[in-house]
Ligand binder design. Structure first.
Ligand code: PHE
Length: 362
C-alpha cells in the first residue's frame, strides 16, 4: 500500500520535473539573447555604435552609399538574430512534456453531482411503496395500438367513453384495421392487458410510465404526463383489499394521519369504479382554498377489474376466468402527487429544465 502510493507520487513528479527543466532552460536562453542584444544593439554602449562611428561616419563620401547599405543589412541581421533567439522554444517534440508541466497542487475541476428529477423521484417512491407489498414493476410501449389502449380495456370502437381521453393518433394509418392503428397511449392501463397476456394469475404489478393526451397545457395539465398503474389479480380479491391497499399507500406517501374515502366513479375497465380522495394535506381536512373548502382532495382512479377485460386476457391466458379469479386496478397521476408533496403550483416547472427549480431537489 505504502510502496505503491510512493510509486504513484514519483510517477506524478517525473513529468513535472521534466517540464520544469524545460521551462528553466528556455529562461536561460532568453537571458543569453537579451545579453547579446545589449552587447550589440544597446543604445549607449552597443557595439553597433562603434561600427557606425568607425566605418559609416568615417567613410569617404563616394563610399557612403555602399557602406550605409552594408551597415543597414548588418543591423537588420543582428535584430533578426535577437528576435529569433527571444522567440525560441525548445524542440516541439518536447511539447508533450511541456503539456504535462502541471501544478498538481491546484484544486481540481468541480463536477456537478446529478440528482433525480422530482417526477422520477416521486414515481420511484410510489413504486417503492408497492414493491414493499410484493408488487413487481412492469413497463409497456408509449406508442400503443388502438387495441391495447382502448378495445381490450373495454372501450369499444365508437364508444363515447373514448371521448374522455382525447387521443394523439399517428397519421396515415387509414388502411390498417382500427385495432392495429398506432396512437400515443393515453394511460398506462394497456400494460394491464400486456402483462396478463404474458403471465397467468396471480399478478401483482405496478407500471410507471409516460402518457399523452391532446389536452391544452395550463397550471395543472400537460399533454405529456406520468402515471403509475397498479394491477392485482388472484383468487378472492375483493373491494376491501383494494381499499386497504390504497389506504396504506396514501398513508405511506403523505403521512399516517391522512384518511381516504372512495367515491363512485366510472371507468370502462373496472366495475365497480371509484375515485379516491384523501384528506387535504394543506389544511388537514378543515377546508381551505386548495381543497375548495371541502377538506378532501381527489387523487386517483380505481376499481375491480371488469369481467370484460378478463375476457380479452383469456384469449391468450385461459386462467383469467372471471368465475375463478378477481382483481383490482388503480391509476394515479405522478405530477399531481409530486405537486402536492412538494407544494408546486405550476406543472410546467417540471419540464422547464430550470436549474433553479430542479436544484431544490438535489
Ligand atoms: N387509466 C385511468 C385514467 O387514466 C385510471 C385508472 C387506472 C382507473 C386503473 C381505474 C383503474 O384515467
Amino acid at each position: 500500500m505504502h510502496r505503491s502510493a510512493e510509486a504513484m507520487v514519483a510517477q506524478d513528479e517525473q513529468p513535472r520535473h521534466a517540464g520544469e527543466a524545460i521551462v528553466a532552460q528556455e529562461e536561460q536562453l532568453r537571458r543569453a539573447a537579451e545579453a547579446f542584444r545589449v552587447e550589440w544593439l544597446g543604445r549607449k554602449q552597443g557595439r553597433l555604435n562603434e561600427v557606425s562611428s568607425r566605418w559609416l561616419k568615417a567613410a569617404p563620401p563616394e563610399a557612403k552609399k555602399l557602406v550605409g547599405q552594408r551597415f543597414n543589412e548588418f543591423k537588420a541581421k543582428l535584430e533578426d538574430l535577437v528576435d529569433a533567439a527571444l522567440d525560441t522554444h525548445l524542440d516541439p517534440s518536447d511539447a508533450a512534456l511541456r503539456a504535462q508541466s502541471i501544478d498538481i497542487t491546484l484544486p481540481g475541476t468541480r463536477r456537478l453531482i446529478g440528482a433525480e428529477h422530482p417526477i422520477t423521484r416521486t414515481m420511484n417512491e410510489i413504486v417503492q411503496v408497492f414493491a414493499a407489498l410484493g408488487y413487481s414493476v412492469g413497463v409497456g410501449p408509449e406508442v400503443e395500438t388502438d387495441f391495447y389502449n382502448f378495445e381490450s380495456m373495454n372501450f369499444p370502437p365508437g364508444h363515447p367513453a373514448r371521448d374522455t381521453q382525447d387521443t394523439l393518433i399517428i397519421a396515415g394509418q387509414e388502411r390498417k384495421p382500427l385495432r392495429d392503428r398506432l396512437l400515443l397511449r393515453t394511460h398506462t392501463s394497456p400494460v394491464q392487458m400486456r402483462t396478463m397476456e404474458l403471465e397467468p394469475p396471480p399478478v401483482r404489478i405496478v407500471i410507471p410510465g409516460k402518457v399523452h393526451r391532446n389536452d391544452a397545457a395550463d397550471a395543472t395539465h400537460s399533454p405529456i404526463f406520468h402515471q403509475v398503474e397498479g394491477l392485482c389479480v388472484d383468487t378472492h380479491i375483493t373491494f376491501s383489499d383494494l381499499k386497504g391497499t390504497l389506504d396504506h399507500a396514501m398513508k405511506a406517501l403523505f403521512g399516517s394521519s391522512v384518511k381516504t374515502r372512495f367515491f363512485p366513479s366510472f371507468f370502462p375497465f373496472t366495475e365497480p369504479s371509484a375515485d379516491v380522495q384523501i384528506t387535504c394535506i394543506f389544511c388537514g381536512g378543515k377546508g381551505c382554498r386548495k381543497c375548495k373548502q371541502s377538506g378532501w382532495i381527489e387523487l386517483l382512479g380505481c376499481g375491480m377489474v371488469d369481467p370484460a377485460v378478463f375476457a380479452f386476457a383469456q384469449e391468450k391466458q385461459p386462467a383469467y376466468d372471471p368465475k375463478k379469479i378477481s382483481g383490482f386496478a388503480f391509476g394515479m397521476g405522478v405530477e399531481r402527487i409530486a405537486m402536492m408533496k412538494y407544494g408546486i403550483s405550476e406543472i410546467g416547472q417540471f419540464y422547464s429544465g430550470d436549474m433553479r427549480f430542479l436544484g431544490q431537489f438535489a
